[in-house]
Design a protein around this ligand. Structure first.
Ligand code: AMP
Length: 376
């Protein structure tokens, strides 16, 4: 139980996002308490953890007790769990947000209804309908499970018609969508926050570099940043935030095709491509999410110079390998496992040239020490 002078935020999920939320709360006078189905989670180092199933009503009552508000750090929580929690404590963003975006098909419909551009898509109900989609959209296609996918999991690229039946067998029974494969210039994202009074602030658009569907590096601001790029991304995020009556931080992942932006997906939570904001922005995504859900005034989203964030996958590098001027190390305290996000490093500089030089040197040191995620 938190002391009276401190606010308590209940959080569904206790991964690294929950951990960084709790860390951000410390200097705000905010405590976090988390509920997770698994034991041994990153947030346990900084917040009390309730380990129970998402369907455990007693655990939800314990989570909500004394909390001013509840939120989530993972979007794959059952909507029913969030609705039950909302009867005990205000939940922000609202449970309806989760229902609107958890299923990729619903998410695409939401984007279509706002006339926001995406890759052409379809949600076929059977194998015959898949063949029609293939004829209409052409190859290659990206097949994605409607629910539960992340970091490129739950998706396949379909390059040959002959693979259609196998893809349908893999994803069809649980629901799938097909998207046309986009030959993008690069991938980017915008993170935005909306407060309870409806105020919206945006961080600068960033570039995200992936490998095998997993984010490796974020450059902030985007190297091709321009007022026009920012305005286009802000217009998309603003339309979504308003339609959803959203409170908190929202991430919109985008494909940039020269001047055109297509939405890849929406993440209704703090996001990996916003980790740079901890050191690289006046107010981090984590602090602003807490501020928004608590109904507090929002912090300044201006970037402090130029940042690069590098994910550490599999294992954390030796501290000396990651050590360099302007470099900040975040270790999530996870057990090493191939491909697992176990931490990140953020480089901050006053100029883009210096940031790029520091990033190149850092990637080289990581590669020399065979840190798997960062060898390209
Ligand atoms: P997602 O899990 O939907 O964010 O996808 C993971 C990664 O797969 C993205 O960051 C892209 O690199 C790639 N990807 C997803 N959808 C498409 C698409 N329609 N066209 C091309 N690449 C895609």
């Amino acid at each position: 139980m938190s002391q009276d002078s401190r606010a308590l935020v209940a959080v569904l999920g206790g991964g690294q996002l929950g951990r960084m939320l709790a860390e951000a709360g410390r200097h705000l006078g905010v405590d976090c308490r988390v509920l997770v189905p698994d034991s041994d989670v990153p947030a346990q180092a900084v917040a009390p953890v309730i380990t129970a199933s998402w369907h455990d009503d007693e655990a939800l009552r314990s989570l909500a007790a004394g909390a001013a508000v509840a939120t989530w750090e993972v979007e794959h929580v059952p909507v029913q769990t969030v609705e039950r929690l909302a009867r005990l404590v205000p939940v922000r963003p609202a449970p309806s947000v989760l229902a609107a975006v958890q299923d990729r098909m619903q998410q695409k419909r939401l984007l279509d209804s706002l006339s926001i551009a995406t890759a052409p898509w379809a949600a076929p109900a059977d194998l015959d309908a898949c063949r029609e989609v293939l004829a209409r959209l052409g190859l290659p296609l990206v097949a994605k499970s409607r629910r539960g996918g992340y970091d490129g999991r739950g998706q396949r690229i379909l390059r040959r018609e002959g693979d259609l039946a196998a893809v349908w067998q893999e994803f069809g029974p649980d629901g799938l969508i097909f998207e046309r494969f986009v030959s993008f210039t690069d991938e980017c994202s915008i993170l935005s926050v909306r407060g309870q009074d409806g105020e919206i602030r945006h961080w600068p658009v960033v570039e995200n570099r992936h490998r095998d569907g997993i984010l490796i590096t974020t450059l902030a601001p985007h190297p091709a940043w321009s007022p026009v790029l920012q305005a286009r991304a802000e217009a998309i995020a603003t339309a979504l935030l308003r339609r959803l009556g959203y409170i908190g931080v929202l991430a919109v992942e985008l494909f940039r095709c020269n001047d055109l932006l297509l939405v890849n997906e929406i993440a209704p939570r703090v996001h990996n491509s916003g980790h740079w904001t901890i050191e690289g922005s006046d107010c981090s995504q984590f602090e602003n999410h807490l501020r928004a859900v608590l109904g507090w005034p929002l912090g300044d989203t201006t970037a402090r110079g130029f940042s690069a964030m590098v994910n550490c996958l599999g294992t954390m590098p030796d501290p000396l390998v990651g050590d360099a001027p302007g470099t900040h190390r975040h270790d999530y305290g996870k057990r090493p496992r191939p491909g697992r996000k176990v931490g990140h490093l953020t480089v901050v500089s006053s100029t883009a040239i210096e940031r790029d030089a520091r990033l190149t040197a850092l990637l080289k040191r990581l590669s020399d020490h065979a840190i798997p995620a960062t060898t390209t």
